[in-house]
Structures are given as structure tokens and as C-alpha cells.
Design a protein around this ligand. Structure first.
Ligand code: NAI
Length: 340
């Protein structure tokens, strides 16, 4: 199902206290959109908007945007009718379970923008709470700029727990308020959001990275120069243009913009490729790593090791920078005077 403005009413939010936990990427965009929607709405009692944020640059931005903020999580939680949980996913469980959940109203609606912590049951809420997902498929800056230009943006919506029996009208009111129903909010679930998001991050894009890395290595062995490879493979921005055309024309239809040799090569090559190993690998990622939670467990364990996620990322970057592709690109970029 798709939900448009005409399917929604702001009434379920009238006079309510809406609290944003976090004023970052999504928090700022969604809070500003929500405030503007109510400013322009007629005959609806204005909600009270509260921003709760730790003392940092994001808090200063909330102040500059005219919201003000509180650093008192407990007080912010206690007065919330609707609570947007918009701090990074890895911060949410500790903050929510220890500082927020114990103070929440029994009927409060908790809104997440990603399925991760709800799907893996990392958040402790009571059965009387409404749990709603409003998950834009866009970075916060686009959520705001598309709203300002009166356009919609793709967004998943779901009700994960209908504690009050009124969670759906409330979820749709929230989608409308943050501008997600202009282009049609897409009915989904935390399971689907987590699966699609994590699958893309752990199966599709790693495959693309490996394809480029191994392709680069082979062609280098076959005598191609770093300059030729870097330009041919990505520096020309051809891959970016292909994906742009895929969004505009269709994933397969965009091929018509290429030469006949290219179209024939791409279509024939993808049909004839033995993808049995890929199917097996993808199934492993989707089932064991994502749905059965092996990745989430590994990530949580990595956080708890000395150095945490930053330490783990540093090691992964060091390894990636050793590849033929990364070393070759560095040389080319230095020669061309590009940012390295
Ligand atoms: P962000 O990285 O922009 O978060 C910054 C916010 O978190 C700031 O308010 C900061 O004060 C607060 N924060 C950081 N560390 C903290 C700590 N230790 N304790 C308390 N507060 C802390 O977060 P972002 O990217 O907006 O993500 C929020 C949610 O939105 C997540 O669930 C994410 O998966 C989801 N989401 C993010 C998208 C994106 O484009 N970044 C797209 C769609 C959904």
C-alpha cells in the first residue's frame, strides 16, 4: 500500500507533545518539516515540539533553528506523547532502555527511522506503547530540501505494535507532518527495512567493491595502466550516470543509451554468467547474517572490544587501502592533483 496526503489527517497530533531525541541528520530535517507543516495547517491545535539532545554542535543548531533544547532525557521522555528516536542506531539501546523507557507514558508512541533495533528486539518498550517506523530512504538534507521544494521523498511506514489501537492514524499523521506522504509513503515493516538495508550494505555493495577490486587487479596484470583503469572504471563518473539513468529510465532500459557493442556485451554477459556462487553467498547474507542476527551480534561484540567500532573500522580501512585498486588510484590522483 501507498499512503498519500489525502489518506491522512494531522488531527491525531493536535495538541500533543512531540519529542525528538536527537537533532542530527534525520532529527533536524524531520523536526523542521513537522514544524512547517503545522505552521501551514489550519484548524489544528499546534503540538508542542521538544528537542532533547546532549550538549554538542547539534544542540547549538537546534537553538539556532529556534527550537531550544533540553539535555534532560528523563524529563523529555516523561512529557512525550510521541517520541522520535533519532540518534545513531548503535547509541539507541543504551540511551532508550536506561534513560528514556523508564520515564515514558504507557501510551506514548515511539517512532524509529530504521528497523534495526526493533527487528533485533534491542529496545525495551511495554506492550501498551505504539511502535511506529517512519523511515525516509534519503539523507536528512534531502528530506528537508525536497519538503521545501514541495516534493515528496520515498519513505517506509509501518506499525510494529499497536498498543493504543490508534497507531495507524497516528503513523500516517506523522508521515504527513514530516512530508513523507506527498510522494506516497510505502507500507513496510522493520523486518523488511532491516533486511533490504542490511542486504544492500552487506551483499550488494560489497559485491560491487569486490568486482571493481578484482577487475582492476586482473586488468593491471594484463598490462593496463592505472590511469586507464581509474578513468574507465569510475573517475569518468560513468557508473554514477548509469545509476542516474537507471532511476530515470529503468534499470534495464537505461542500456539503450550505450553502443550496440556495449548493450550486447552487457546483456549477454549477465545472462551467461554462472551466478550459483553468488546466489549461495547472497542467501547466506540474507538468512544467517541478517535475518538470524549473526551480523548484529558481531557488530555489538565489536563495539565492546577495546577500540570499539572506530578501531574496527580503522583496521578495515587499512586493509582496503592496500589493494591494487586503492594504491593505483592514489598514484593517479596525486599525479592529477586531485584530493586523496
Ligand atoms: P546522526 O548521526 O545524524 O545523529 C546525530 C545525533 O545523535 C545528534 O543529535 C547527536 O547529538 C546525537 N548523539 C550522537 N551520539 C550520542 C550519544 N552518545 N548520546 C546521545 N546522543 C548522541 O543520526 P542519523 O543519521 O540522523 O540517524 C538517526 C536515525 O535515522 C537512525 O536510526 C538511522 O538509521 C536513521 N536514518 C538515517 C538516515 C541517514 O541518512 N543518515 C536515513 C534514514 C534513516
Amino acid at each position: 500500500r501507498l499512503f498519500y496526503d489525502t489518506d491522512c489527517s494531522l488531527e491525531p497530533l493536535a495538541g500533543k507533545t512531540i519529542t525528538f531525541i536527537g537533532y542530527g541528520n534525520q532529527g533536524r530535517a524531520q523536526a523542521l518539516n513537522l514544524r512547517d507543516t503545522f505552521k501551514n495547517a489550519q484548524n489544528v491545535t499546534q503540538p508542542k515540539i521538544v528537542i532533547a539532545n546532549q550538549e554538542d554542535s547539534y544542540a547549538k543548531t537546534a537553538e539556532q533553528d529556534g527550537f531550544g533544547y533540553t539535555t534532560d532525557w528523563a524529563a523529555a521522555a516523561a512529557e512525550a506523547d510521541v517520541l522520535f528516536l533519532l540518534v545513531p542506531d548503535q547509541i539507541q539501546p543504551d540511551l532508550f532502555n536506561n534513560q528514556i523507557a523508564p520515564k515514558l507514558k504507557k501510551t506514548a508512541c515511539i517512532v524509529v527511522a530504521s528497523g534495526y533495533n526493533v527487528f533485533y528486539k534491542y529496545l525495551n518498550f511495554t506492550s501498551s506503547n505504539d511502535i511506529v517506523m517512519v523511515a525516509p530512504r534519503m539523507v536528512g538534507a534531502s528530506v528537508r530540501s525536497l519538503y521545501e521544494s514541495k516534493q515528496g521523498y520515498p519513505c517506509f511506514v509501518s506499525v510494529e505494535q499497536d498498543g493504543t489501537g490508534q497507531a495507524w492514524p497516528l503513523a500516517l499523521a506523522l508521515c504527513m507532518a514530516v512530508g513523507a506522504t506527498k510522494g506516497g509513503a510505502i507500507e513496510s515493516s522493520c523486518r523488511e527495512e532491516a533486511l533490504t538495508d542490511l542486504f544492500a550494505e552487506q551483499a550488494i555493495w560489497p559485491t560491487v567493491i569486490a568486482v571493481f577490486r578484482e577487475g582492476y587487479k586482473l586488468l593491471k596484470e594484463l598490462g593496463c595502466s592505472d590511469e586507464a583503469l581509474v578513468h574507465e572504471m569510475w573517475l569518468s563518473k560513468e557508473p554514477a550516470e548509469i545509476f542516474e539513468s537507471a532511476a530515470d529510465l529503468g534499470f534495464i532500459k537505461q542500456l539503450v543509451g550505450h553502443s550496440s557493442v556495449s548493450q550486447y556485451g552487457q546483456l549477454k554477459g549477465s545472462q551467461e554468467m554462472d551466478v550459483s556462487w553468488l546466489k549461495k553467498h547472497f542467501e547466506h547474507v540474507a538468512k544467517e547474517r541478517v535475518l538470524e542476527g549473526a551480523f548484529a551480534e558481531e557488530f555489538t561484540a565489536a563495539e565492546q572490544k577495546p577500540g570499539g567500532i572506530d578501531g574496527a573500522l580503522k583496521k578495515l580501512y587499512q586493509e582496503a587501502e592496500k589493494s591494487e585498486l586503492a594504491v593505483g588510484e592514489k598514484r593517479v590522483r596525486e599525479r592529477l592533483g586531485l584530493k586523496t
